[in-house]
Each structure stands twice: as structure tokens, then as C-alpha cells.
Design a protein around this ligand. Sequence first.
Ligand SMILES: NC(=O)c1ccc[n+]([C@@H]2O[C@H](COP(=O)([O-])OP(=O)(O)OC[C@H]3O[C@@H](n4cnc5c(N)ncnc54)[C@H](O)[C@@H]3O)[C@@H](O)[C@H]2O)c1
Length: 325
Amino acid sequence: MASILVAGGAGYIGAHTCLDLFNKGFTPVVYDNLSNGHAEFAKWGPLEVGDIRDRGRLDEVLRKYRPLAIIHFAAAIEVGDSTKDPGFYYENNVAGTINLLRAAQAAGIDKIVFSSTCATYGIPTSIPIDEGHSQSPINPYGRSKLIVEQILRDLDLYQGFRSVILRYFNAAGADPEGRIGEWHSPETHAIPIAIETALGRRPYFQVLGTDYDTRDGSCVRDFVHVLDLAAAHTSAIAHLLNNGGSCALNLGSGHGTTVKELLATVQHVVGRDFEIKQGPRREGDSPALVADNALAERALGWSPRHDLQSIIVTAFNWHSNYLPI
Ligand SMILES: NC(=O)c1ccc[n+]([C@@H]2O[C@H](COP(=O)([O-])OP(=O)(O)OC[C@H]3O[C@@H](n4cnc5c(N)ncnc54)[C@H](O)[C@@H]3O)[C@@H](O)[C@H]2O)c1
């Protein structure tokens, strides 16, 4: 079977993508330093523990498996953290990616799918956001992703190194069978925190900012099921293997949900109330991020199949029955 190197494949979105790749006939080779991933998530292909900043280790693994292409999830992912230690974000996310790209080129690989983010748009001037919207990230995490996007564009322009840049909005949900799910430590994402609160593992949910210029004062986000994201990656690989050109695509549901609306939906779907407190804004958060996802449909035939209810049901199943705590 054809191998795909999945850098960061022991993490949340990477592991769901490995499952999708496997189901569609590929062998996902996970390359991960396990800084935020889990060895037990590498269930659908070999796990090679290694850091993207380690060129010798990368060369060794690329020689061993000769993958057709790379999917690159490996990154430090916390907006708040990135404002505390920006240097680490540039070292891990930018220098690490340059190292990975150099290793790929040396191994004769010229195709990559890259995990970017809606955080590259910063504070949008229009909603929904399409790919032509200006990119002005407001935190080092978002800037680290935008720099990589720019590097990938140059590699395409001058060397024909092709990339599909996928800008995810808010990933959420889990494998319905509970084999994998969201497992971040510490957890900073709204849906798992709301579910942990509903399960009594946290005393209350704090809404970070209630004075935004939105319909109820809380931030608006676009939640997209991790299974839909996973499917987009396999389609992006197929696109590149079929000689498709480089592109950058938004992956979101196209629907905006405020944090307060989200909490009401979680309480309704799981049938449990929990305490909600109003808190201050978090540095680096954009008031509203909602995707225009039409280009992904045109380029990859992709559209999301799972709604917010399915996101919450599968996440609740994972957190209540499977997440090791
Ligand atoms: N979760 C979201 O909602 C979201 C939204 C937009 C973009 N993204 C991007 O998607 C990607 C995956 O996110 P996730 O939520 O699955 O995060 P995650 O932390 O679960 O996965 C990232 C994986 O990369 C690994 N990693 C980090 N640095 C590494 C290094 N130097 N070498 C090797 N492995 C390394 C970690 O151990 C982890 O397994 C990230 O690039 C993130 O920036 C995520």
C-alpha cells in the first residue's frame, strides 16, 4: 500500500486523518515527538517517534518508508502559550517545518498537505471569510502558520513543490467508535471544556469575553467535525497525486455559533446543566471566525457532513467513556 508520512499523526486531527487514510487504502506512517500526542493513537500504521527539527531522524524515516507525500500537522498549537514564548513557536512551527521541507526535497518528495488555521486571518473585516481575505494574524501562533504558508508558496513558484494548505476553523468531535478523540493537556478548546464541566470534572465554564460586538457578546466560532477534516486531507492527497495544483482552502462548517449558544446546545444535547461564569477576554482571540467553504467544495469536492449535534454527541461519548483520565 502507498505510504503517506503523517507528521504530528499521534495528535488529535492527525490520528483521525490516519484512520481515514487507512480506510481509503493508504498506509499512514506517523512521525511524532509525542510532545502533545499519544503513542496509542497510532493504530493504523507504524509509529516513528521523532522531532521535525531532527534532520537525521527525518532522513532515516523517509529512506525507510519512501512515502508518496507528507501531511504535516506537527506544531505547537496554543494561542495563549504562543504569546508567552513566541521564540519556541517560531522554532517548532517554522524552523521545524523548514527542516521537514528540506528533508522531503532531499528524499525526492514534492507534495505536502499543511495544517494551517483561520487564526491567519486575524480580526476579519467581513464574515464569512473566504480565502481571498487579507491575512493579518494577531498572535505568534497565527504568524508562525502564515510564514509557513508563504514559504510553501515560494517552493511552488520556484521549484514546483506542490502543497494544499488547509485552514481549519474549530476542530471538534471524535471517532464515533471511541477509538480516538480530543486529548490535549492542558485542554483549552471550548467543546471539550464544556463537556468536562457537564461531566462534573470542572466546577464551571468560564466564557472568555462577553463584551464583543457579536449577537450575545461572546465570540463567534465555526465548529467543524474532525471526521470531516480528516476526509478533506485524504482528498487533498488524492488531488496532489492526480497532479492537482497548489491551493489554500478554508475548512469550516460555514455556520457561526457563539460561545453562549454552544454552551446551551451542549447542555441540551447531553441533558445536563452546569455553571457558567463570565470572564475577561483572552489575549489573541478574534471576535468572530466563520468560514466561507465554497472553494474547498470546488477544489476537492469537499463539504462537511456532520453537524454541531453530531460533534457534541461524539465528543461526549469520547470524554465520558474512553478518554483516559
Ligand atoms: N485543533 C484545532 O481546532 C486546530 C485549528 C486550526 C489548526 N490546527 C492545526 O492542526 C494541527 C493539528 O492540531 P491538533 O489539534 O491535532 O493538535 P495536537 O497537539 O493534538 O497534534 C499535534 C501533534 O504534533 C506533534 N508535534 C508537535 N511538535 C512536534 C515536533 N517538533 N516534532 C514532531 N511532532 C511534533 C505533537 O506531539 C502532536 O501529536 C496543528 O498544526 C494545529 O496548528 C488545529
